[in-house]
Design a protein around this ligand. Structure first.
Ligand SMILES: [Zn+2]
Length: 347
């Protein structure tokens, strides 16, 4: 009964990395085609370690870490095997198929453009692949999807500027916003203040991973440079004033419980502040972060909220409403999806 409520509930996902959605079977498939090192004369691709062909079992082992370093290494191993526009088309299409199966009506998907550029890959053709995957996904599964281009904090402001400029140029092609991810300690939010302002002037929406691996000062930093949504925000719990400001302003939090437990930043699900945040009036949303790499799904995150934290069906519906309210969709589309939730409740 509970499962079918969660399954049928229309919902959005706002914190979802495309690269983290690649299932073991798909990565094994891509690895089979890309088991030869790339030619090096016309790119800066670091081929070391990327020439090994992985089987599905290898990938499952690769995805079985219990700390942040293990996760980062696995993420890197995935990106090393994403090379052609067709690879990106395939993983986008398969992600949308998964979203459809869970009744996720809309997703805002992070693409690590910072990593693509750092590898020296030409992003233009890759974006065409992403868009082909998205268009086919819209047509075959009816799922709405917008892109958020993510820069890597510790690569510095110059590299981020390039990512945000690419995003600005593609704004009329379903690129709705930008974000900063990567190592919070090695790339403070202040570095990106002017770039965030410029991105906003260019009509892009602003997100930031913050308070995942560091304290509340990182969330303050993200707010101070204009982030409209906070990715993770785990350490907000340590700062009463910050909690009050976020509740007052209703800044959406992209919470990712399974991810936080699997990377070890939260020792156990029962220690997670998800329910405390909800009870304190913070605007929380549930997300998977990297569903394939954490063996989760959005429905599993809703089930976890119900089983581990005692969220009622009505509260889960509120969280689903939050996910659409906090989306970067235009108002008319947002209203249409919110109506779907209201209709679902009545039937
Ligand atoms: Zn993330």
């Amino acid at each position: 009964m509970a499962r079918s409520f969660i399954q049928s509930l229309p919902k959005a996902e706002l914190h979802l990395h495309l690269e983290g959605s690649v299932e073991p079977a798909t990565l094994a498939e891509l690895s089979h085609f890309h088991n030869t090192p790339l030619a090096t004369e016309n790119n800066r691709y670091d081929v070391r370690g990327s020439g090994d062909e992985l089987t599905e079992d290898d990938v499952k082992r690769l995805y079985s870490y219990d700390n942040f370093t293990g996760f980062m290494l696995a993420f890197k191993a995935v990106t090393e095997r994403l090379r052609t526009p067709e690879d990106y088309e395939l993983i986008t299409y398969r992600l949308m198929q998964k979203l459809r199966q869970q009744n996720v009506v809309h997703a805002e998907v992070y693409v690590s453009v910072g990593v693509v550029r750092w590898r020296g890959q030409d992003f233009g053709p890759i974006f065409e692949g992403l868009e082909r995957g998205r268009e086919r996904g819209v047509r075959d599964f009816g799922v709405s999807l917008l892109w958020i281009f993510d820069a890597v904090r510790h690569f510095g402001p110059e590299a981020a500027a390039e990512v945000f400029d690419i995003a600005a140029k593609l704004r009329d092609r379903n690129v709705v916003g930008i974000g900063i991810g990567g190592d919070e300690r090695k790339g403070p939010a202040e570095w990106f203040r002017d770039l965030f302002k410029k991105a906003a002037d260019n009509g892009l929406r602003l997100t930031a991973h913050a308070g995942e691996t560091t304290g509340p000062e990182s969330v303050w930093g993200a707010l101070n440079i204009g982030a409209e949504r906070i990715g993770h925000g785990l350490s907000i719990a340590q700062d009463a004033e910050l909690t009050e400001v976020l509740a007052h302003k209703q800044v959406p939090l992209e919470m990712c419980v399974t991810s936080n437990v699997r990377t070890g930043v939260c020792p156990d699900a029962k220690d997670h502040p998800l329910k405390a945040f909800f009870d304190e009036g913070l605007m929380i949303t549930l997300n998977t972060d990297d569903p394939a790499m954490f063996q989760t799904s959005l429905n599993k995150e809703y089930e976890l909220a119900q089983q581990e934290f005692g969220f009622t069906e009505e509260q889960l519906r509120e969280i689903a409403r939050n996910s659409l309210e906090a989306s970067f969709l235009p108002v008319d589309k947002k209203m249409r999806f919110l109506q779907q939730i209201d209709l679902f409740v009545k039937t």
